[in-house]
Design a protein around this ligand. Structure first.
Ligand SMILES: NC(=O)c1ccc[n+]([C@@H]2O[C@H](COP(=O)([O-])OP(=O)(O)OC[C@H]3O[C@@H](n4cnc5c(N)ncnc54)[C@H](O)[C@@H]3O)[C@@H](O)[C@H]2O)c1
Length: 247
């Protein structure tokens, strides 16, 4: 962990969503180890009942307006401020649009895109007060158009995340709030397990570097983007895909 992050993280408060997931849990561990206080949110029953200093566990549905607003207020009530928002909540789908019901389409957009809108909106005044920073999660699917492996709605939602980050980067710049986006290629979390061993091996062959990212590597990138080393970086999209996607 870099000295700049250690310097920037002490006294900072981070709200991490999807905190029981592969990437979310790694982000929580990384920022906590660097000295930040963490509010960790996931759906009820998913977060391990760990106790620890500088740790607030929140149960909620990131697609429900009242749950999101409660999570942000509880964070600020508990820690007194909110500096960083890391929104990792997401869910892959599969297939084209022919067999996709309107309910499933809406559910995918709600989990992958509405949730980011809600958290950013609710956190906005607190982030502005702290001159804070945000990291949102897109995907290579959001850059390339995706495929039936992850589904149409997922690709559309993840493209939306990129423009949400870019919009906010400009709109919040005068308040000193930075917003960046990571668009990972395959990361070795449960999200890849659904592909099975043969599917994983096929996917690996498509990656020029011949390796998946680990959740810890992605968490290190989040920490870097939040740190003062990136004080002039906002509105950027980082592929983190082993050279799979380059633009
Ligand atoms: N793992 C990958 O290969 C990969 C690749 C590209 C992009 N991403 C993106 O990175 C992010 C994190 O991925 P991951 O691999 O850690 O996924 P994951 O499935 O391990 O974690 C996602 C977490 O979000 C939580 N969640 C889902 N719906 C929720 C809701 N409505 N309210 C609250 N929490 C909810 C889940 O319970 C889970 O803990 C996601 O946005 C994903 O789309 C992942």
């Amino acid at each position: 962990m870099g000295t700049s992050l250690a310097r920037s993280a002490t006294g900072k408060v981070a709200l991490v969503t999807g905190a029981a997931g592969g990437i979310g849990a790694a982000v929580v561990a990384r920022l906590h180890a660097a000295g930040a206080s963490i509010a960790a949110l996931d759906v009820p029953g998913r977060l391990a009942p760990r106790s620890g200093r500088r740790m607030l566990r929140l149960a909620g549905d990131a697609t429900r307006e009242s749950d999101v607003s409660d999570a942000v207020s509880q964070t600020v009530e508990h820690f007194g401020r909110l500096d960083w928002l890391v929104h990792t909540v997401g869910r892959v789908g599969s297939g084209g649009i022919e067999a996709c019901s309107l309910a499933e389409w809406r559910s995918q957009l709600a989990v992958n895109l509405d949730s980011a809108f809600l958290f950013c909106r609710e956190a906005a005044p607190h982030l502005a007060a702290a001159r804070g920073a945000v990291v949102l999660f897109s995907s290579t699917n959001g850059r390339t158009g995706g495929s039936a492996v992850s589904g149409a709605a997922y690709a559309v939602a993840k493209a939306g995340i990129i423009n949400l980050a870019r919009f906010l980067a400009r709109d919040w710049a005068s308040a000193g709030v930075r917003v960046n986006c990571i668009a990972p290629g395959p990361v070795d979390t449960v999200m890849l397990d659904r592909l099975g061993a043969a599917g994983r091996a096929r996917l690996l062959k498509t990656i020029p570097l011949g390796r998946f990212s680990s959740a810890e590597q992605v968490a290190a990138q989040v920490a870097f983007l939040l740190s003062d080393d990136c004080a002039a970086v906002s509105g950027e999209v980082f592929n983190t895909s082993g050279a799979l996607v380059l633009d």
